[in-house]
Design a protein around this ligand. Structure first.
Ligand SMILES: Cc1cc2nc3c(=O)[nH]c(=O)nc-3n(C[C@H](O)[C@H](O)[C@H](O)COP(=O)(O)OP(=O)(O)OC[C@H]3O[C@@H](n4cnc5c(N)ncnc54)[C@H](O)[C@@H]3O)c2cc1C
Length: 337
């Protein structure tokens, strides 16, 4: 009989796990919110904008080739380079020969969607997993008051310690997992999309603050991604620094949007940018992991038919690293099922 596997979370790590299991198991993915996780896109008035992860930068040709074959024509390459700026707002050219920066023509979440489509998995959005229980021969997963049995489980969310704290699973690995996640830090980022009915003429795609002393950590132009912004318009993505966000835990979206627009105007020396014609905002409380957990936990968990994946395991807030953990968890579980 074909084994069945449950994947918790439809971010890029969960999608990678489902993809790696495609010929080995029947996979069911439960996602609390929407496909993509932090690879999230918005759309409005003919514009598309990536306001979580900005792009995937494949670390090598193998990953690049896989992305091209899985995502196909929907994959787009961002034009322009990333330049740098410091605490005083002084802008300088970035490093040469920057790699490919990939998104989806209709948003970066299309990349996650493509991996899930190719996996053949059954995906349930807006369906949070409420409870986990280890059984004699696998895992019982409770969703919306209903129990489902699986031969194996892959857990990806950066908030996974909540699930493990409540789990019926009496084992040392569970304690180690909860403790490791409890020690791990995550940075908070307020991300704002600002729309303008005019083009912004600058020679770069994005600016990154290298000394971490500016209120803006990242500023980029969605018009550099084919298909995202109609000619004659611009969407700036302004990510306020973790220090800005951490210092204002109660900040309302309006405050973040106003700060983002004011800083954009000052940084780019263009007063018009202080007054966008519309904006969007999200606060990511688990934006980027500050450190990694003990990688041996991955091996220990496999002994319990449990795959661990996600950027929390990789210890770096990069989409390709999260994807790799998912592919790895799926491959390893597939071999032992
Ligand atoms: C503002 C910002 C900018 C970034 N910029 C970049 C960038 O430019 N390049 C880059 O490579 N990386 C970037 N990153 C990091 C990148 O987005 C992440 O490392 C990556 O997307 C993590 O993927 P993941 O699958 O591990 O986690 P997630 O994408 O967080 O996926 C986990 C999923 O689990 C779901 N979930 C949670 N609890 C449950 C539950 N109980 N039941 C079911 N589902 C559940 C969540 O809803 C979520 O969809 C950025 C991140 C942020 C926030």
């Amino acid at each position: 009989m074909t084994p069945n596997v449950c994947v918790v979370g439809a971010g890029i790590a969960g999608a990678g796990a489902a993809y790696a299991l495609r010929d080995r198991a029947e996979v069911t993915v439960f996602e609390a919110d929407s496909i993509g996780g932090r690879m999230v896109s918005g759309s409005r008035d003919g514009c598309v904008y990536d306001y979580g992860a900005n792009y995937v930068d494949p670390p090598d040709d193998q990953v690049d080739t896989q992305l091209q074959s899985v995502v196909g024509d929907d994959l787009v390459v961002t034009t322009g380079d990333v330049w740098i700026f410091d605490a005083d707002g002084t802008i300088e050219e970035g490093r040469p020969n920057q790699g490919r920066k990939l998104s989806g023509r209709n948003g970066i979440d299309a990349i996650v969607e493509a991996y899930l489509d190719a996996s053949g998995a059954t995906v349930h959005e807006q369906t949070p997993v409420d409870h986990l229980a280890r059984t004699d021969d696998g895992w019982r997963v409770t969703v919306g008051g209903e129990d489902h049995s699986f031969d194996a489980l892959v857990v990806t969310p950066p908030t996974c310690e909540d699930l493990f704290e409540d789990a019926d699973w009496d084992d040392e690995v569970r304690e180690q997992l909860i403790a490791a996640r409890g020690r791990q830090s995550y940075r908070t980022i307020d991300s704002v999309a600002l729309h303008y009915p005019f083009e912004i003429d600058v020679p770069y795609y994005a600016l990154v603050n290298t000394d971490k002393e500016h209120a803006v950590g990242w500023l980029s132009r969605e018009s550099c991604k084919p298909g995202h912004v109609p000619d004659g318009e611009e969407i700036l993505i302004v990510q306020l620094s973790p220090a800005w966000s951490a210092g204002r835990p109660e900040a309302m979206p309006e405050a973040a949007a106003a700060a983002a627009a004011d800083h954009a105007a000052t940084l780019l020396e263009d007063d018009r940018l202080a007054d966008p014609d519309w904006w969007d905002h999200d606060r990511f409380t688990h934006a980027l992991p500050g450190d990694r957990v003990n990688p041996a936990l991955f091996e220990y968990a496999l002994d319990h038919d449990l795959g661990l994946a996600g950027d929390w395991l990789a210890g770096t807030g990069r989409t390709h690293a999260a994807l790799e953990t998912g592919l790895d968890a799926g491959r390893r579980l597939g071999q032992q099922l």
